[in-house]
Design a binder for this molecule. Structure first.
Ligand SMILES: [Zn+2]
Length: 164
């Protein structure tokens, strides 16, 4: 994502600190929480998207205006991108999984993705690709697809279906 200004671990460290923060641009200790209208350009899934957030909560330097994106601001932008693209929200993915009584690990095994991927989709830290979004919808929405993927021998079973 474009507004990413530093590694995530650095942001998590910063997120816990009391305001005001020191501005990475002008060096003054004048970074305070602010709510602003913001337009973000985000590269996702091989394309560039413009995302408008009317009320973005983001720390901002009162001296020079520099925006200091923290994880909360990033996640707000990611949420808006998901909404704009019509992707399942983090909450929808979690709810659909829980409705099927599946743990994150079980869903990961059935879909053939890493459990960390499921976890990050559900916290909003990672935005699923459009292809993955369709895969999730098909899995959640079509019982026959779940039946085909749920067995221990799922790949073999799918192979049989392709041949027939
Ligand atoms: Zn500044």
């Amino acid at each position: 994502m474009k507004p990413d200004t530093g590694p995530r671990s650095e942001k998590l460290k910063r997120s816990g600190r009391p305001f005001p923060w020191r501005c990475p641009e002008c060096g003054q200790r004048k970074v305070q929480p602010a709510t602003i209208a913001h337009t973000a350009e985000i590269k996702h899934d091989g394309r560039l998207y413009t995302v408008e957030i009317p009320e973005l909560r983001v720390p901002r330097c009162e001296a020079c205006g520099e925006l200091v994106f923290d994880t909360q601001a990033d996640e707000q932008i990611a949420r808006e991108l998901r909404r704009q693209l019509g992707l399942l929200s983090a909450e929808q993915i979690r709810r659909n999984r829980e409705n099927l009584w599946l743990s994150q690990r079980q869903l990961a095994e059935r879909l053939g993705v890493a459990v960390e991927t499921i976890s990050r989709w559900e916290t909003g830290a990672l935005t699923q690709s459009r292809a993955m979004d369709r895969y999730l919808r098909v899995y959640f929405g079509v019982p026959a697809v779940r039946a085909a993927l749920d067995g221990d021998d799922a790949p073999a079973c799918l192979g049989v279906e392709v041949r027939s």
